[in-house]
Design a protein around this ligand. Structure first.
Ligand code: KMT
Ligand code: NI
Length: 172
């Protein structure tokens, strides 16, 4: 895992976009973003059961597994959105970037690789992309009644109760 401020330069979303200014795990925690490095799936199972996760799947995001829809999938993952439930991703192979919005609405880029696990709180604006190697395999964990549909950012989302709760809890 490596977290840093996104450079906001134009260019392919899959490039590093590293401004050179790093962000710590403690900084991420202040946004409600939790990071773990877990090499053993039994530790993932324990975390999942503590947080009442009941379902999971595995997805491989790559041209090989997705064929023609790969490029459009990668673009759709990269549209800024939130969920009304936690988002847990455990990286099994490859690499990718989760970008999350800071308190000042800037982007923090989080590079994840094998054994990295991230928990994004409900209501945080974020987006995802593969890196220039175009390959990531991840476990996605869901609660019993998942409400993890991406809600794309727009003015009306300021009124969303999960967004309001997030803003209130983390003092944005
Ligand atoms: C997400 O939340 O955008 C995804 O699930 C992307 C694939 S998982 C790395
Ligand atoms: Ni998401």
């Amino acid at each position: 895992m490596k977290a840093y401020w996104f450079d906001n330069l134009s260019g392919d979303q899959r490039e590093d976009h590293d401004s050179g200014r790093s962000v710590t795990v403690a900084d991420l925690e202040k946004l409600g973003v939790l990071y773990y490095n877990l090499s053993d799936v039994s530790a993932v199972n324990q975390l999942a059961s503590e947080r009442n996760y009941k379902n999971r799947d595995e997805v491989t995001v790559s041209p090989k597994t997705m064929g023609d829809v790969y490029e459009s999938k990668v673009k759709s993952f990269f549209s800024e959105h939130l969920h009304e439930d936690e988002e847990i991703r455990y990286i099994l192979d490859g690499e990718g970037f989760f970008d999350v919005r800071s308190k000042d609405d800037d982007w923090i880029r989080i590079r994840l690789q094998k054994d990295d696990l991230i928990i994004l709180p409900p209501g945080i604006y974020h987006r995802f992309t593969t890196d220039s190697k175009n390959y990531i395999k991840a476990m996605r964990l869901f609660k019993e009644e998942p409400k993890w549909t991406p809600l794309n950012r727009g003015p009306e989302l300021d009124e969303n109760e999960f967004r309001k709760e997030y803003v209130q809890q983390y003092g944005l």
